[in-house]
Design a protein around this ligand. Structure first.
Ligand SMILES: Cc1cc2nc3c(=O)[nH]c(=O)nc-3n(C[C@H](O)[C@H](O)[C@H](O)COP(=O)(O)O)c2cc1C
Length: 343
């Protein structure tokens, strides 16, 4: 069991291989950098690495490993694996246990077709008996280190959901992070918080509720609706890295401190300065920044003007002029506490 887990709601984040979306030139960017950026604005209680791919030829990816070995955020880091080959998962879990990790996490939720078609990530949800064997072997492999699972509520429906929750109990999994969508839902549609609530009631371990937690208010609502031990915030921390502190403020019934847009402008500068992106041609670098701005812009103006115009910019000068126009013009303006709906 996670030793420090008792007492208080826990807040976690996953760090993404953002560049995987469509910025292949960025493959060497490490998430350690983004964890540090997040930490600058107020860390979550836990970080999860992006997944280490595991197969018969895999070795620990050095960039992902740096998020563990060079992590100076002061927060524990779970190391996530994705794979289905039991000997290789066991080998990799043992290797990971040699590092300073909070635990080993198994990805059973990745919805990318090229991943789930190999029966890994979200694909595992179709094979409960395989999950049973994997978790049994991993449980022995990690000894007394925490073994955790990140999953969705099903592949296409909830046919295997309850069976897998029971498997999680059978292997004394230490923590379940549950994204309340199916694999086929990808990242769209309603998050089924009621199913997260069912999982909370059924499993013996703490559950982190995940999916569309885009503000402190939503975090509180989801915690109350699900009874989860904590929340996991993903994409919304990109648009608002202050969200973890804001959730803490809300949990303590304190007023939530709005973030002046001028600070958002500084955050954008920080994003622009990512060490690896600086080596790329300016056009790719502009594209890279736009990935982040796609989230930030949702909370800048209710009409979506900033988002639309930002997407039209081509050059660094155009992009930064636009940022200045929207973010520095009125010093009293603040980032919305939740993304504007309809933007
Ligand atoms: C670009 C991208 C990469 C992701 N990579 C991972 C990953 O490596 N491991 C993982 O468990 N989840 C990954 N996720 C899923 C998120 O952890 C999270 O479950 C999902 O985005 C829903 O939460 P959110 O609404 O707070 O973003 C990724 C999501 C996105 C959009």
């Amino acid at each position: 069991m996670l030793k420090e887990w008792s007492g208080g709601v826990r807040i976690a984040t996953t760090c993404y291989g953002l560049w995987r979306l469509d910025y292949s030139p960025m493959q060497d960017v490490t998430n350690l950098w983004f964890m540090k950026v997040i930490a600058h604005y107020g860390s979550p209680d836990y970080f999860f690495t992006e997944y280490f791919r595991v197969n018969d030829t895999s070795r620990l990816n050095r960039n992902i490993l740096a998020a563990i070995t060079e992590n100076d955020t002061g927060r524990p880091v779970f190391a996530q694996m994705i794979g289905e080959s039991i000997p290789d998962l066991v080998r990799t879990a043992r290797e990971l246990c040699r590092y300073n990790i909070a635990g080993v996490d198994l990805n059973m939720g990745c919805p990318a077709p090229r991943i789930y078609r190999k029966n890994v990530g979200g694909g595992l949800l179709l094979s409960p008996e395989k999950v049973d064997r994997i978790l049994g072997e991993l449980r022995s492999a990690v000894n007394d280190r925490p073994l955790t699972v990140k999953m969705r509520v099903g592949f296409e429906n909830t046919d295997t959901f309850y069976e897998i929750l029971d498997i999680i109990n059978r292997h004394s999994i230490d923590l379940l992070s549950l994204h309340g969508r199916t694999v086929k839902d990808m990242y769209h549609g309603v998050v089924k918080y009621d199913l997260i609530a069912e999982a909370v009631r059924r499993v013996h371990c703490p559950v982190l509720a995940n999916g569309n937690i885009d503000s402190a208010k939503t975090a509180l609502e989801v915690l109350s609706q699900t009874g989860a031990a904590g929340v996991m915030v993903g994409r919304w921390a990109i648009g608002n890295p202050w969200i973890f502190n804001q959730i803490r403020q809300a949990l303590q019934s304190e007023p939530i401190a709005p973030v002046p847009l001028v600070e958002v402008r500084n955050y954008i500068d920080r994003l622009w300065q990512t060490p690896t992106a600086a080596k790329f041609p300016v056009r790719s670098r502009v594209g890279y920044l736009k990935m982040f701005l796609n989230y930030i812009a949702l909370s800048v103006d209710a009409e979506g003007h900033f988002l639309r115009l930002m997407r039209q910019t081509q050059t660094e000068v155009e992009l930064f002029n636009l940022c200045d126009r929207f973010l520095l013009a009125e010093v009293t303006k603040t980032l919305a506490l939740a993304p504007y709906s309809g933007v």
